[in-house]
Design a protein around this ligand. Structure first.
Ligand SMILES: Cc1cc2nc3c(=O)[nH]c(=O)nc-3n(C[C@H](O)[C@H](O)[C@H](O)COP(=O)(O)OP(=O)(O)OC[C@H]3O[C@@H](n4cnc5c(N)ncnc54)[C@H](O)[C@@H]3O)c2cc1C
Length: 450
């Protein structure tokens, strides 16, 4: 905990990772927290649930962290959940070619000097050290370049490494993905050496790591958390947000209160007038197969030239992720299950028949499309209303739509509240001290969700 008791309430709408991380950061600074979530649970796009058909808990997606994800790890420290992650002691990425069955391990060395590219056993088969320097081309590209325009896609390494990494990190096909954003991710991870690329996954599940400990921390700090509270409209005064209109009640904001809107992009755009947000999205398909793999098999395997892209070994399921899954998202679940199982059985050396029960989850709007055009549409955390802040993976974090990006956005929104107060100490110096709270005469406008 730091700082004294703050002057007002922080009203936070949306209990995904952006909202939770903002709430945790502000609660630790002494703010009174009121967190509102439309659904019956927290976590948003990053959570676990019990699947009746499979009879076990599953994660809604396979979320991989790397040791480079310092905001996510900082958040887990804050909520006392850092030790709920597990991973190998060193960076190691197992791959299989689904056409030939060839297997290899990508093993970057720990330090920032990448001597691993000179070791055949540590790099992609049939590549040379000099191929890897080709990625430096990404560094010099303009903001409108795509990954395909920046890198030579005819290269073996493109297909075997850069493309799968870009698609996984950006959830966007390489023909559309921003080269600059991909460079940023590479520089933050592989560019900093294997120590920054150690993979980490939740030991139990996404909720047990990212969500439940956050709710417990918030409750211990006195936060009020309301589920089933869908924000329908914001009431705007002349120069600030004056109230939150939920179905059952309207909550007036005092002069010292602030609001962080941590809802998805499309919802934010409907609540806030003239807000520009990304408006193109990219699907992810997940398949959860109810079967156990040997405990000494890799925690996850990257699949090249298959239908599956990444397969994760979990306690009760083998779980497949297909990013930028436009070609798969409209196919019938049974067909998806069949083509993905073929790769899973091969990768984890399991009998092809009988095919185990599976749950296919299609998220059509899993993340915004990380194209150069869409990146231009990302809004800042601050708005023209001094008591309104935005958080969410779609805001301008400089990161793709990921756990790290969502948490970074929550932390930024929390930090900006302090900056705003510093710039205008009268506003919010004490609860109820704001100009509108004093007069209560501001002409109000409502911006409503249909
Ligand atoms: C299938 C899938 C796989 C993924 N895989 C990865 C991965 O491997 N690695 C990775 O880092 N990231 C991954 N991501 C992305 C990551 O999950 C998201 O970037 C992150 O969870 C977004 O968090 P958020 O808080 O910004 O938004 P959300 O999680 O969308 O949270 C928004 C919250 O606002 C609530 N809400 C909406 N409207 C209202 C309203 N009117 N009033 C009140 N509340 C409202 C919602 O119910 C929700 O809880 C994946 C996402 C998906 C869908």
């Amino acid at each position: 905990m730091s700082g004294g008791l703050a002057a007002g309430y922080a009203h936070i709408v949306g209990a995904g990772l952006a909202g939770l991380s903002a709430a945790v950061a502000l609660a630790a600074k002494g703010w009174g927290i009121r967190l509102y979530e439309a659904s019956a649970h927290a976590g948003g796009r990053c959570r676990s649930y019990f699947d009746d058909e499979l009879g076990c808990r599953i994660d809604n997606g396979n979320h991989l962290l790397l040791t480079a994800n310092r905001r996510a790890l900082g958040y887990l420290e804050q909520i006392g959940a850092r030790d709920t992650l597990a991973g190998p002691p060193d960076a190691a990425f197992a791959f299989i070619d689904a056409q030939t069955g060839q297997r290899w391990n990508l093993r970057p060395n720990r330090g920032a000097v990448p001597w691993w590219i000179f070791r055949r056993a540590r790099r992609v088969p049939r590549t040379r050290a000099s191929d890897y320097f080709g990625a430096l081309a990404l560094r010099w590209v303009g903001p409108s370049a795509t990954v395909c325009e920046a890198l030579d896609r005819r290269r073996w390494l493109f297909h075997r490494l850069w493309e799968p990494l870009a698609v996984a990190a950006l959830n966007t096909a390489v023909e559309q993905a921003s080269a600059r954003l991909f460079w940023h991710i590479l520089a933050e991870t592989l560019g900093r050496g294997g120590a920054a690329c150690r993979p980490l996954v939740p030991r139990e599940g996404l909720s047990e790591t990212f969500v439940d400990p956050a709710l417990a921390t918030l409750r211990a700090l006195g936060a009020e958390i309301r589920f089933g509270a869908r924000l329908r409209a914001l009431n705007f005064g002349p120069d600030r947000v004056a109230g939150l209109a939920f179905e059952a009640e309207t909550i007036e904001l005092d002069g010292g209160d602030l609001l962080i809107l941590a809802v998805p992009a499309t919802v934010a755009a409907r609540l806030v007038p003239e807000l520009t947000v990304p408006d193109a999205f990219s699907p992810i398909v997940n398949a959860h197969f109810l079967c156990a793999a040997p405990p000494d098999s890799p925690l996850f395997i990257g699949v090249i030239d298959g239908a599956a892209e990444w397969i994760f070994r979990k306690r009760e399921v083998l779980s497949v992720t297909v990013s930028a899954a436009d070609r798969m998202v409209d196919r019938p679940a049974d067909a998806v299950r069949e083509i993905l199982w073929r790769d899973v059985a091969l990768a984890y050396r399991l009998p092809a028949l009988p095919m185990p029960p599976a749950r296919i989850v299609k998220e059509r709007r899993a993340t915004f499309l990380a194209s150069p055009e869409q990146l231009q549409r990302r809004p800042a955390a601050t708005t023209r209303w001094p008591n309104l802040f935005l958080a969410g993976d779609y805001t301008d974090t400089g990161l793709p739509a990921t756990i790290e990006g969502a948490i970074a956005s929550g932390f930024t929104a929390a930090r900006q509240t302090a900056a705003r107060r510093g710039a205008n100490p009268r506003r919010g110096a004490a609860r109820g001290a704001g100009p509108e709270a004093a007069t209560g005469t501001g002409r109000q406008q409502q911006h409503t969700l249909p």
